[in-house]
Design a protein around this ligand. Structure first.
Ligand SMILES: C=C(O[C@@H]1C=C(C(=O)O)C=C[C@H]1O)C(=O)O
Length: 241
């Protein structure tokens, strides 16, 4: 039987899902690759994989996109790994450097700066540019807060703006996948989430981040109706940017 090709995020935020997949029978049916989020999206859009844990901002670009799991990467308020790091207070930001590994949070920064903070900003993807502020996501944010004068957690600011949780990435398929596989896959993910304390124990300590707090209390993996509402509202804002 041909394996289901899956691209998942290579960051710490995805470790519970990887633990679940690696401890399940369904692993035998999967060809798993770990990629930075922008590559998860690229692979799914270009049909190099069948399922991806992809940035929600990339969903409109995936042919036949279907969210196939009851889990996601989300937060209810602060997430502690999706930031606007700035040298100046937010109302003084004029230029922002985007994160090439991100699709969702780059757009989230644009939505928040325009509609929540109400500042007009120019954006660059040139990583050599000097800017007032930068967008940074994932493990590369660990320990970086002291390097900047102002730190804006975008999960927290989205909650301040909308009163909603947020969904950063979702499990999306680009074609019909058997119901049986999807059931087993979702059970594997559920097992991973149920075993977050074990995952935490197995991870080495990382300077600048409380991994237990991050995986148990900041990230929130259930794909709830509120998070779907947030995703739809966010994507509406993005189309209007
Ligand atoms: C919470 C996070 O969620 C993520 C943010 C993403 C994005 O900005 O495109 C994509 C996948 C997730 O890894 C994070 O990476 O810190």
């Amino acid at each position: 039987m041909e394996k289901i090709k899956i691209s998942a995020v290579s960051y710490t935020n995805t470790k519970p899902f990887i633990y679940g997949i690696q401890h399940a029978q369904v692993l035998k049916q999967i060809d798993l690759s770990l990629d930075i989020p922008s590559d998860c999206a690229k692979k799914l859009i270009e049909n190099q994989v069948d399922i991806g844990l992809i940035p929600v901002a990339a969903i409109p670009f995936v042919p036949n996109a279907q969210i196939i799991s009851s889990f996601c990467i989300g937060s209810i308020g602060a997430v502690n790994s999706v930031f606007i790091f700035s040298d100046v207070p937010v109302n003084k930001i004029k230029t922002v450097k985007l994160d090439p590994q991100s699709r969702t949070s780059n757009n989230l920064a644009k939505v928040l700066l325009k509609h929540h903070f109400k500042v007009e900003v120019t954006y660059t993807t040139d990583q050599t540019a000097t800017t007032d502020a930068i967008v940074l996501i994932g493990d590369r944010t660990f320990g970086r807060k002291p390097d900047f004068n102002y730190v804006y957690d975008m999960g927290e600011e989205w909650m301040n703006f909308t009163g909603l949780p947020f969904m950063y990435a979702a499990w999306v398929a680009n074609k019909a996948i058997s119901k049986e596989f999807l059931k087993d896959f979702d059970m594997a993910l559920a097992e991973g989430i149920a075993n977050i304390p074990t995952v935490i124990n197995q991870l080495p300590a990382i300077k600048g981040i409380d991994i237990a707090d991050y995986l148990s209390d900041k990230l929130n993996f259930e794909l709830t109706a509120e998070k779907i509402k947030a995703k739809d509202l966010f994507l509406k804002y993005v189309t209007e940017l």
